[in-house]
Design a protein around this ligand. Structure first.
Ligand code: FEO
Length: 395
């Protein structure tokens, strides 16, 4: 069933309470999610985005209960990723000549995935617009690398709705659709997790894009993203948050991430935590065993941190694979202006700390000189040495 957004704008997406992971298994979903598609019924009837392929039949059937598909004048595809375009071929089976407005890069991603070069693509770029009747227009804004090269947003004049696609979204199921109806803590948490785990590498572009959108001076009453809550109560608050997050965001927090074989490295992690607290009781300190904690949730904590410490015992002249895999993910995100320290126990050769230092440098962290490299189990003296590591991180 379509759900009302404003005037002649309707939500025709799908809330997915069963979804547990996204991007394969690379992103954990803890509180449901949604794929938001929208229907505008003005002088022209416009479909904005579709939903994920497994639900293509449900999507098209629901749409057909609301309208004759043949009455759709055109489709806007803000982004070609399959969670928004997956149902497009199934819709197009019935209306194969319908124009599809999208960026030049979206033509590449849609044709590459669905192999329909004959579709009636209408390529648009920033500032292009189309009349939809009743004095209203759709204005297109390219959102390159937010988060794909093909991404764009679509602005509906008069109703002042920005259909922002992935930007400003969250993997969070909100049955009532709107931000003012959502659990505010979960909404804030999921919006930050989404930014931290997906958009961090593009922060410089996010900053420029927000400046560009603000300079357009468009009144914005609603921001309607393609995942999660629709921002109708104070919609610019999430834009301000994005501006802050894109500006090398950090809070007074230090996050300690480790894995351990026989608890030696675990002892170092907790000794470091207690010493940071003793030095600076205002600093939030969090400790995570990487094998027992969701990697995306740890990454959100890293996003909030001014510094991190990463620990692993030496294994086979390197580090534990759990820590190595996580560091690979950390490198993808390219955090900036954060400090890091390394620590770990070893029995024989002791290359772990060097491996950690190199990996953290590649990930964009400024690695402090103080470290803890402990042969066999930590002694009381070794644990006391964590004071020097704590001081270097707090400085
Ligand atoms: Fe980039 Fe929600 O897809």
């Amino acid at each position: 069933m379509k759900r009302h957004i404003k005037n002649n704008v309707w939500w025709v997406g799908r809330i997915d309470w069963e979804l547990k992971t996204f991007h394969g298994d690379d992103y954990s979903i803890n509180h449901g999610s949604s794929q938001n598609a929208y229907l505008i019924q003005e002088g022209k009837t416009v479909l904005i985005d579709t939903i994920w392929k497994p639900y293509e039949k449900e999507f098209r059937d629901n749409l057909e209960k609301e309208i004759n598909l043949g009455s759709i004048d055109f489709i806007v595809m803000n982004h070609g990723e399959v969670d928004h375009s997956g149902s497009l071929p199934y819709v197009m089976e019935k209306i194969p000549n319908t124009p599809i407005y999208c960026t030049a890069n979206a033509v590449k991603s849609l044709v590459g995935q669905y192999h329909h070069p004959e579709w009636n693509f209408k390529v648009v770029k920033t500032g292009d617009s189309v009349d939809i009747g009743n004095g209203k227009r759709l204005v297109f804004v390219e959102m390159r690398m937010l988060h794909w090269p093909d991404s764009m947003a679509t602005y509906l004049t008069e109703d002042n709705i920005l259909f922002s696609n992935d930007a400003f979204g969250q993997h969070y199921g909100v049955e009532e659709l709107f931000n003012d109806k959502a659990d505010q803590c979960l909404l804030a948490e999921e919006a930050m997790k989404y930014y931290a785990n997906i958009l961090t590498p593009f922060s410089a572009l996010v900053k420029r894009k927000i400046e560009e959108i603000v300079a357009l001076n468009l009144p914005i009453d609603i921001i309607a993203p393609s995942h999660g809550a629709i921002w109708r109560d104070n919609p610019l608050e999430i834009v301000q948050k994005y501006a802050a997050w894109a500006d090398n965001y950090q809070e007074n927090q230090i996050t300690i991430v480790y894995d351990t074989m026989w608890d030696g490295t675990k002892q170092l992690a907790h000794a470091l935590a207690s010493r940071i607290q003793a030095i600076s009781c205002d600093t939030v300190v969090k400790v995570f065993n990487i094998s027992q904690t969701d990697k995306n949730d740890i990454m959100t904590q890293v996003f909030k941190s001014k510094a991190i410490a990463v620990g692993s015992p030496t294994v086979g002249k390197s580090i534990l694979s759990s820590v190595g895999g996580w560091l690979h993910f950390l490198t993808e995100l390219q955090f900036k202006q954060k400090k890091a320290a390394v620590f770990g126990c070893y029995g024989w050769s002791g290359e772990g700390n060097a491996t950690l230092t190199e990996a953290l440098g590649k990930a964009g962290f400024s690695v402090v000189e103080a470290q803890a490299k402990v042969n066999w189990n930590p002694t009381a003296e070794d644990l006391d040495h964590m004071q020097a590591v704590a001081e270097a991180l707090c400085r």
